[in-house]
Ligand binder design. Structure first.
Ligand code: 6PG
Length: 479
């Protein structure tokens, strides 16, 4: 067995297979391995002409085929299967070698694996990869964590196979140590959920309040895609909405069961945000909206509940409605990215990752599911001011929201009047209004906590902690 492969991929389901092909198409020799050897042979048979592959069956042969330091990529299911594969290969590796996990792993698992393998001298590179099957083959957005040393060896290869932004720069950066890459991928997916939910709400409002058909809404989305909402998700929304079911002749969207599934990365984004104390309310509403949709029995049982007696929009109102929804969608989108980037900033500080938010927005500009023209502007905002406290503090975004807010509010008024749920739009607006509020009812919350539990409070006019003797003469004491 010659040791010529620059990279090895084990786990040749569709993502692994396409990444292996992408490396090979870019001139790298790729060693292949899969639990069932048939898959390996199938790949070589079908795509062997695309580049140099070294098909192997035994783990020892797979490892022996790799040049040193070895770069071994595992593309198996997150969770236990990943641990099992690591345990299978790690004993065959030597100090300096790299294991790259390209699955959607939980960053806490990645931190644990990185620590364990570091003790054995092996670099563990938890890597977020976005873009689905097509992206894996033609150029994904890649979010590697792990040591700086591993990036020196691996980075140029990842840069080669990654998507390229319009300015030609590769959509990959060394995100930060240990779990940083998987953390950023997790938040990417949280934002993906929020984007999809907001688009869903826009669709539902255009249909139920605006009275448009799916085909008409597809056209509206096509128009939006030529403006500031230009993005992959808007583009595919138009495709899905204009698709007609061959069997029934009905709009495809009307024959699909309205119960959204999830594999869990959006949910993790919210769980971790709760732990970190970061308000990602828009992302949370997106996760809850998927959960609610899945409660078929509960929904059936609630069908008889009363709705509002609302009058439909007048013709001229309906005509203006689409523009208003565009404003609401755009403003809400700014808020969900604001929340996502806030979570990355807090996670980065918590775990000592030193993540460059401008670089993260730059590598999301192409290849990934949330790719959008808008990310160029986020990058510009962070480049201009790397310590930006929030995207909403950027002048351009603040001005755009200011210009959108009347329509944003009107859309929510219409949604509420007509009884159409728009939890994503509403949560985004509430976040915006809460952040800009002079005073929040949190002062009252503190008073209540002090009343029933002597939890103490701080005052606006003096330093220190205080407690009021609620059960006594209600005088105040220093806590
Ligand atoms: C990507 C996607 C990808 C995937 C997730 C989310 O970036 O390429 O985010 O990772 O689609 O599995 O899927 P769920 O909606 O099932 O959670």
């Amino acid at each position: 067995m010659s040791t010529t492969a620059q990279i090895g991929v084990t786990g040749l389901a569709v993502m692994g297979r396409n990444l292996a092909r992408n490396f090979a198409r870019n001139g790298y020799t790729v060693a292949l391995h899969n639990r069932t050897a048939q898959r390996t042979h199938d790949l070589v048979e079908q795509f062997g002409h695309e580049g140099d592959f070294v098909a192997t069956e035994k783990p020892e042969d797979f490892v022996a085929a790799l040049e040193r330091p070895r770069r071994l990529m595992i593309m198996v299911k997150a969770g236990e299967p990943t641990d099992a594969v690591i345990e299978e290969f790690a004993p065959l590796l030597e100090p300096g070698d790299m294991i790259i996990d390209g699955g959607n792993a939980h960053f806490a698992d990645t931190r644990r694996r990185e620590r364990t393998l570091r003790e054995r001298g092996i670099h563990f590179v938890g890597t977020g990869i976005s873009g689905g099957e097509e992206g894996a083959l033609h150029g994904p957005s890649i979010m590697p964590g792990g040591s700086a040393e591993s990036y020196t060896s691996l980075g140029p290869m990842l840069e080669k196979i990654s998507a390229k932004a319009k300015d030609g720069s590769p959509c990959v950066t060394h995100v930060g140590p240990d779990g940083a890459g998987h953390f950023v991928k997790m938040v990417h997916n949280g934002i993906e959920y929020a984007d999809m939910q907001l688009i869903g709400e826009a669709y539902q409002l255009l249909r139920e309040v605006g009275g448009c058909s799916p085909a008409q809404i597809a056209e509206i989305f096509r128009t939006w895609n030529t403006g500031r909402l230009d993005s992959y998700l808007i583009e595919i929304t138009a495709e899905v909405l204009s698709h007609v079911d061959a069997a029934t002749g009905r709009p495809f969207v009307d024959v699909v069961a309205d119960q959204a599934e999830q594999k869990g990365t959006g949910r993790w984004t919210v769980q971790i945000a709760l732990d970190l104390g970061v308000p990602v309310s828009g992302i949370a509403e997106a996760v809850f909206a998927r959960s609610l949709s899945g409660h078929a029995d509960l929904r059936r049982a609630s069908r008889g509940l009363a709705g509002p007696k609302a009058s439909a929009l007048t013709k001229s109102e309906a005509a203006a409605f689409a523009d208003r929804v565009e404003q609401a969608l755009y403003a809400s989108k700014i808020v969900s990215y604001t929340q996502g980037f806030h979570e990355i900033a807090v996670g980065s500080a918590e775990y000592g990752w030193d993540i460059d938010l401008g670089a993260v927005s730059a590598i999301w500009r192409a290849g990934c599911i949330i790719r959008a023209a808008f990310l160029d502007r986020i990058r510009a905002a962070y480049d201009a001011r790397p310590d930006l406290p929030s995207l909403l503090s950027d002048d351009t975004f603040a001005q755009e929201i200011a210009a959108a807010q009347d329509d944003w509010r009107e859309v929510l008024v219409a949604a509420t009047r007509q009884g159409v749920p728009a939890p994503g739009f509403a949560a985004a607006l509430a976040y915006y209004d809460a952040l800009r509020a002079e005073r929040l009812p949190a002062a009252l919350t503190q008073g209540q906590r002090d009343f029933f539990g002597a939890h103490t409070y701080r005052r606006v006019d003096r330093e220190g902690s205080f407690h009021t003797l609620w059960g006594g003469d209600r005088s105040e004491v220093t806590a």
